[in-house]
Design a protein around this ligand. Structure first.
Ligand code: X6L
Ligand code: MG
Ligand code: MG
Length: 163
């Protein structure tokens, strides 16, 4: 078993419910156990601006799946939650990103871990810092990175927990 971190996001349909269902589906897989989930955050869209705000959070899981196996499971759950891929960086019912996997560095055509640019995004780092403040990202504590990003990016904690 190894520890991994998964980023969750949604800005279509009932976003908190979509995230709750995704976590249930993850935990139902025999190779995955959801350990801790940050609260829900409302976050301004990044990349493609003409869309609704997102709901984002981050989960810590334990898994016996390989990085590739886990990635395939995440994509399957996105499909099951009705994700339609049209506009690049556009609205989605559910986005599941493999952020970190057992401290490994992976650079394959299908998968890059740690998730590229995660340390630049408040919608990833603020919920991550809530559940893993002492985690080191390129030698810097998650909490320290989150504190700086929060000043520049629009993010609002809702206090809502779906796990
Ligand atoms: C320049 C060019 C600056 C591109 C930033 C950043 C593109 C992030 C895509 C970028 C750029 C992304 C979410 C989101 C997306 C989300 C919020 C992406 C992929 N996903 N905004 N935008 N939450 N708030 O989960 O992360 S699209
Ligand atoms: Mg994403
Ligand atoms: Mg994604």
């Amino acid at each position: 078993m190894v520890t991994a971190y998964v980023g969750l996001g949604s800005n279509q349909g009932d976003s908190p419910e979509n995230i709750r269902q995704a976590l249930r589906k993850l935990d139902c897989n025999p190779g995955v156990s959801v350990q801790e989930v940050a609260g829900l955050y409302k976050t301004a869209p990044v990349g493609y601006l003409e869309q609704d705000w997102f709901v984002n959070t981050v989960a810590r899981i334990e898994t016996s799946l390989s990085p590739d196996g886990l990635l395939k499971l995440l994509l399957t759950i996105e499909d099951e939650l009705g994700r339609v891929r049209t506009i690049r960086w556009g609205p989605r019912t559910l986005d599941l990103d493999l952020l970190l996997y057992a401290g490994e560095v992976i650079d394959s055509p299908e998968l890059t871990v740690p998730h590229p640019r995660m340390q630049e995004r408040a919608f990833v780092m603020v919920p991550l810092a809530e559940i893993a403040p002492d985690l080191l990202i390129k030698g810097q504590r998650a909490e320290q990175i989150a504190k700086i990003l929060k000043k520049n990016q629009e993010i609002v904690g809702t206090g809502q927990k779906v796990w």
